[in-house]
Design a protein around this ligand. Structure first.
Ligand SMILES: Nc1nc2c(ncn2[C@@H]2O[C@H](COP(=O)(O)OP(=O)(O)O)[C@@H](O)[C@H]2O)c(=O)[nH]1
Ligand SMILES: [Mg+2]
Length: 329
């Protein structure tokens, strides 16, 4: 990402066609491209209609300020190469399309966790510290990509104070909306059963039991706060005006920074929270629970983990002993 000369540097041009994707899906596609760029020692260029660099910098630091505007005269497609890792071509294009009839003759290149995993010594080393080395590797990429800028960090701090976000707090992400076409909705009481189990095992004497609630469905807030009076719900009111993306990024980080997370990994947004949380703990695998699928990298477009879900049995008895490394912002 930081070559000495942009004119001679090698590039990976990642391109995907126009479509409306959410924050989690877009991020996982960028991370996939980033993993290949790192692996092949190329500077990543992104050309996607739904990727808005100006919006990016409202929240995050630019991943790199070098070579991003390189003008490319020509490129070669990755599938025309024998080996993308050793190719001398200056610009290699990785174009991918989610439509089933896209005529692709080769599998997409493996993403970074796979190539790491081929190196068993390194895999075992990571395993000594973390129950899911694949997840740990992905979280390192997320860490590089998702560095909040100081302005948004301040805004998040203010929001935290304003809504009364304090530790310990359980983060609950209830994904409904368009997702119910892809995954059966999980009833609210199932989320709340896990909140109750967390607080049974981790009683909190300092203040009442707090829950940070986030959903893409505005009805969830009244419904949940009216029904579960034993908890104090903290949230950003979905009726507040402002950019939709502001609330989504804030929800993402406030959920990621909670002490325990209850969500669904059928949601890309949910998996992104879990990935971010790996930076908060030495091993954050059991510091959250998915109420449907196990952890996997991506559900779309044949990229990552060949769609295998990784399930790990976690016990509520052990969660307090995980070492907390830091607050996330
Ligand atoms: N503000 C807010 N928006 C959400 C939440 N959950 C989902 N969304 C919205 O729904 C989109 C989810 O799309 P995506 O990231 O692709 O994940 P997926 O559809 O759940 O797999 C996000 O970009 C948000 O706009 C939430 O808890 N809070
Ligand atoms: Mg989606």
């Amino acid at each position: 990402m930081n070559p000495s000369d942009c004119k001679t540097a090698k590039y990976l041009l990642c391109e995907w066609p126009t479509m409306v994707w959410g924050l989690g899906s877009v991020t996982h596609h960028i991370l996939y491209c980033l993993s290949i760029a790192v692996l092949t020692k190329r500077v990543l260029l992104i050309d996607a209609k739904n990727f808005y660099p100006r919006k990016w910098s409202s929240y995050f630091l630019e991943p790199s300020d070098k070579c991003w505007n390189h003008t490319r005269e020509s490129y070669i497609d990755w599938y025309e190469l024998d080996d993308i890792e050793t190719s001398d071509e200056q610009v290699v294009r990785l174009f991918y399309n989610t439509t089933k009839n896209f005529n692709r003759t080769r599998d997409y290149p493996d993403m970074m966790p796979y190539s790491f995993i081929k190196n068993m010594t390194l895999y075992k080393q990571i395993q000594g510290h973390h129950k899911q080395p694949e997840l740990w590797v992905v979280s390192q990429l997320v860490k590089y990509l998702y560095e909040l800028n100081s302005n948004f960090k301040k805004r998040l701090q203010k929001t935290k104070e304003w809504i009364g976000y304090k530790h310990p707090i359980v983060g609950v992400h209830i994904r409904r909306g368009d997702k119910i076409r892809e995954a059966p909705p999980v009833p609210t009481h199932t989320y709340m059963e896990h909140v109750a189990r967390y607080y049974e095992h981790t009683p909190n004497a300092e203040h009442e039991s707090l829950v940070y609630l986030a959903s893409d469905d505005a009805n969830v807030y009244n419904e949940t706060t009216n029904e579960y009076k034993a908890y104090r719900f903290v949230y950003i009111d979905p009726s507040t005006t402002g950019r939709k993306l502001d609330r989504a990024v804030a929800d993402l980080f406030l959920l990621a920074d909670s002490d325990f997370f209850v969500g669904t990994f059928s949601s890309s947004f949910g998996r992104l929270i879990h990935e971010l949380r790996q930076q908060k703990y030495e091993d954050g695998v059991c510091m959250g629970v998915s109420l449907d699928r196990g952890y996997h990298y991506n559900s779309c477009c044949d990229i990552g983990y060949k769609l295998t879900d990784i399930h790990i049995n976690c016990s509520y008895d052990n969660i307090t002993i995980e070492k907390t490394l830091k607050q996330l912002f």
